[in-house]
Design a protein around this ligand. Sequence first.
Ligand SMILES: [Mg+2]
Length: 389
Amino acid sequence: MKELNSLNDQELESFFDSFDQILTDITDVFWTISKNIPAAEDAIKSLKRLGKKVVVVCNNTTVPLDSHHKKFLSAGFDVDKDEIVTPTQILISYLKKISLTKEIYVLGMPALKEALAGAGFKLVQIGPEPLHETLAEWARAGVINGDNIGAVVVDADLNLTYTNLQRAADLLGDPEVVFVAGALDQRLPIGQDRAAISPGFFCKILEDMTGRVPLQLAKPGRLLGEYVEGKYKIEDSSRVLFIGDSIAEDMEFASKYKKLLVLGGVTGKEALEKWTFPEEYKPDYYVDNWKTVHDLICRIFENKLNRSFGGGRRDGNVNTTAMQLQKVFCRITEDMSFSTKCGYKKLLVLSGLTKESLDRWIYPEEYKPDYYIDSLKDIHDLLLSLNQH
Ligand SMILES: [Mg+2]
């Protein structure tokens, strides 16, 4: 375990060169339940500018994918909808894979139920629960006919009732009924020194009651890893960096990847000093916060540029060459990477930049423009001369 901030320039460059794909957790990494985590959006932008691909992987099925995406945009993150993965997508993919045609009994939030219904699955409809006065009355009311039910799904359900939990246990008595679970966290931080009782506890009740073990669709379950690797065509797991805040979920899930633990979420530095988890969960690196990641990227990038262009000229406190080069970096990594992503032909207008930027190419190969030109005036002149012929 190395603290990112303690690495020298050479070690830092090796670290940033050691991965192409980032998978990152969201909750308590980008934001907590009540506030955004400072500089996370800047760090993600910087990592993308370095040519890294980013996929955010979260265990939260309580909000629809569109709302997840809107939250990213409103918090200033450069994250596409297609770069977000939640257990809902893995659940739909899994249920399609096993060709489930029977109904699904869901202990989960409306967003999860709507996504399943939207994907064409039939859900068991349960109305509001009346108040029960006696055990006999409650037992009668809880009876459910499981003949046409093929799966029980357990995830975060803020409206969970004793009766619904009992019905799930009854259904799982049939070994033919598939048992799948989303997040199995037991505690979700919901404020200072306060944690919510999370679905892991309820799922444990069902496991103990029925002797069944659910297929786990969220972190740290490997099904999520397989889904992500397939969807994003990740072939070399040694070139993947996983970023997360939890040892029990994120670092376990990331055992086969490089691991960066961001402190301040559910993990404090004392947990690293008094390690009580399996050795393979140990992060390769840890960092106190995102601002440090962003600052370190700026530092190594500036070093790279200065080396590449033979050092900057100092005017007072301002390194003007580095500043100009930073602009080159932004233009090439934003405009050219955008064009590459969209599959467009790329024309780079140098517009005052020197051709040196192209000769000493330090960006990802796929960002290279197909054509370049000194200025827009040259395009105008070329068109005029074409017309004259
Ligand atoms: Mg987290």
